[in-house]
Design a protein around this ligand. Structure first.
Ligand SMILES: [Zn+2]
Length: 455
C-alpha cells in the first residue's frame, strides 16, 4: 500500500462552489511528503477500511475526537503588516487623515529592524493562531524590513506573499516616508523580488515576492509603468488598492481621466496574479476588465465600514465571475480574524440589500439581491482566496496543500451550542463560522506542517 506522510480521519468542511459547502463526514485525508492532499477517501470507498487498518496505530495517524472538525486554513488577501502596531486605534478619521496623521508616521519606524522584528514576529504568530495559513502582505517602503517579514513567514511556516511598498511621488508622500526617487523604488523592488525568490528555494510552503504600488495616488506614472514591467519580467503577483473611497476614486479620475481599474490596466498592473484591495467603486466595465484579466478583488468588509464610504456589491461581482477573496486589511480593519471578517461580509451585504435609512420607504432603501450567505463568506475566506492567488490552496481536495485548521466545538469552558450528537452538519458548520473564537482553533497546519497548537 502507498505510504503517506500523514493520515487524518474526521469530519471536514470545504467549498464546492461559492454557494455550496461540502460536509465531508468521517473522511480520510491522506497527505504526502510535499504536504499535498493526495487522496480524500469517503467511508463508502472500497479501500477506506484497508487504509484505516493500515494507519490507525501509526504515529502519523490522527483521528479527530468528538466535537472536532477540520476547515481549510484561511487566506487573508490584504494585511498591512506594520499597521498591526496600531490595530484598533485611529478608526475615527477619514482615509486621507488616517494615512497622514497615523499610518505613515508608524510605517516610517520600520526602518528600524529591531522594531520590525518585534511587530512582524507577533503578527505572523497571531494570524496563524487565528487560522490564517496564507497572507498577502504589504510591508513598508523599506527593502530590508520587508525582507525580514518574508523570512519570518518562512521560519514560522506561514505561506507569505510579501510586497515592499512603492510610494515615490514627492508631491503626495511626506519626506520622512517615501522612496528616495523613482529609480531607487524600482531598483529596490527588483532586488527584493530576486532575494525573496532566492529565499523561497528552501521554503516548503512557499514565500512569494509581490509587486506593490501602494495605490495610484502615491506613485508617479513612471513608477507604475516600471512596476508593471517588473511583474511581467519576473512573473510575480501584484497588489494595490483600487477605487477604495470617494476621495481615492475621485483623485484618480481627476489625475488620469479614468477609473483606477483602467489606469492600473494601462500600467500593466492587472494580470492573473493581481489582487486589488477594496474596489468599492468599480462599475460594470471595471468589473468586466477584472474578470477578463483574472484580477481578483480583496474584499475587506470591516475596513470598508470605516473607510470606504460604501458597501461593495460583492454578490453582483461574484455573479459576474470575478475572483474574490477576503482581507482583514489590518489596521483599516481592526481584527486579525477572518472569522470576524466573514461575519461582517454577511452583515454588510444584508445592510446593503435592505438599506439603512429608516426615513426612506422600504422599496427605496436598499439594493435588491445584494445579500451573501455565510457559505459564500466561507468561500471568500478559503477557496476564493486560493483562486485569487492562482495557488492550489483553500480547499480540502486532492491536489491542494494540506493547509487546515482544527476547530474544537467541545472545548471545556468554550463549548459551542451543539446539543445533539446527530445535529445536521451544515448547522454545525454555521455555528462554527459564526461563533468560533481563536481559542477554538486547536491546531493549524500549512503544507502538512503543524504551525500552531493549543493542545
Ligand atoms: Zn490597505
Amino acid at each position: 500500500m502507498k505510504r503517506y506522510a500523514q493520515v487524518f480521519q474526521g469530519t471536514a468542511f470545504t467549498s464546492k462552489s461559492p454557494k455550496e459547502v461540502d460536509c465531508l463526514r468521517e473522511h480520510l485525508f491522506c497527505i504526502n511528503e510535499e504536504g499535498i492532499i493526495e487522496r480524500v477517501v469517503a467511508p463508502e470507498a472500497a479501500d477506506y477500511q484497508a487504509i484505516l487498518d493500515d494507519y490507525r496505530d501509526e504515529p502519523n495517524f490522527q483521528r479527530l475526537t468528538q466535537g472536532q472538525f477540520i476547515l481549510p486554513g484561511f487566506i487573508d488577501l490584504h494585511v498591512h503588516a506594520p499597521q498591526w502596531a496600531q490595530a484598533g486605534t485611529a478608526l475615527d478619521v477619514p482615509l486621507y487623515d488616517w494615512l497622514h496623521t497615523h499610518t505613515f508616521p508608524l510605517e516610517s519606524k520600520f526602518s528600524d529592524l529591531e522594531f520590525a522584528q518585534e511587530v512582524y514576529d507577533d503578527l505572523v504568530s497571531a494570524l496563524l493562531a487565528n487560522g490564517t495559513t496564507t497572507a498577502l502582505y504589504f510591508a513598508t517602503v523599506h527593502k530590508e524590513s520587508s525582507l525580514l517579514l518574508a523570512r519570518i513567514c518562512a521560519s514560522k511556516g506561514q505561506r507569505g506573499l510579501v510586497g515592499k511598498v512603492v510610494m515615490d511621488d514627492p508631491e503626495q508622500n511626506p519626506e520622512y516616508y517615501r522612496d528616495a526617487d523613482t529609480r531607487t523604488a524600482l531598483e529596490d523592488t527588483e532586488q527584493f523580488i530576486i532575494e525573496v525568490k532566492r529565499l523561497a528555494e528552501s521554503v516548503k510552503q512557499g514565500v512569494y515576492p509581490v509587486v506593490t504600488p501602494r495605490f495610484i495616488p502615491s506613485c508617479t506614472d513612471e513608477a507604475l509603468k516600471g512596476l508593471g514591467e517588473l511583474a511581467a519580467k519576473h512573473d510575480t503577483h501584484i497588489q494595490s488598492h483600487c477605487s477604495e473611497s470617494d476621495w481615492a476614486h475621485g483623485y484618480v479620475q481627476e489625475r488620469l481621466g479614468k477609473h483606477d481599474a483602467f489606469a492600473l490596466h494601462d500600467f500593466g498592473l492587472l494580470r492573473e496574479k493581481s489582487v486589488m484591495a477594496h474596489c468599492n467603486f468599480l462599475d460594470e466595465a471595471d468589473a468586466a476588465l477584472f474578470a477578463e484579466t483574472g484580477t481578483a478583488i480583496s474584499h475587506c468588509p470591516i475596513s470598508n465600514a470605516y473607510f470606504a464610504n460604501s458597501v461593495i456589491p460583492i454578490a453582483r461581482w461574484l455573479d459576474k465571475g470575478v475572483d474574490i477573496g477576503l482581507g482583514s486589511d489590518i489596521s483599516g480593519g481592526f481584527s486579525p480574524s477572518l472569522f470576524d471578517n466573514a461575519r461582517q461580509a454577511v452583515i454588510s451585504s444584508r445592510m446593503l440589500e435592505d438599506g439603512v435609512n429608516p426615513a426612506l420607504p422600504a422599496k427605496q432603501r436598499g439594493v435588491p439581491a445584494s445579500r451573501i450567505l455565510i457559505n459564500e463568506a466561507f468561500y471568500l475566506a478559503t477557496a476564493g482566496g486560493g483562486e485569487s492567488l492562482s495557488l492550489p490552496i483553500g480547499r480540502l481536495a486532492e491536489g491542494f496543500a494540506w493547509d487546515a485548521q482544527m476547530i474544537d466545538t467541545a472545548l471545556p469552558g468554550g463549548k459551542l451550542p451543539i446539543f445533539d450528537a446527530n445535529e445536521d452538519l451544515h448547522d454545525i458548520f454555521q455555528k462554527i463560522m459564526y461563533l468560533s473564537r481563536p481559542e477554538h482553533i486547536r491546531e493549524v497546519w500549512v503544507q502538512g506542517e503543524k504551525v500552531h497548537s493549543r493542545a
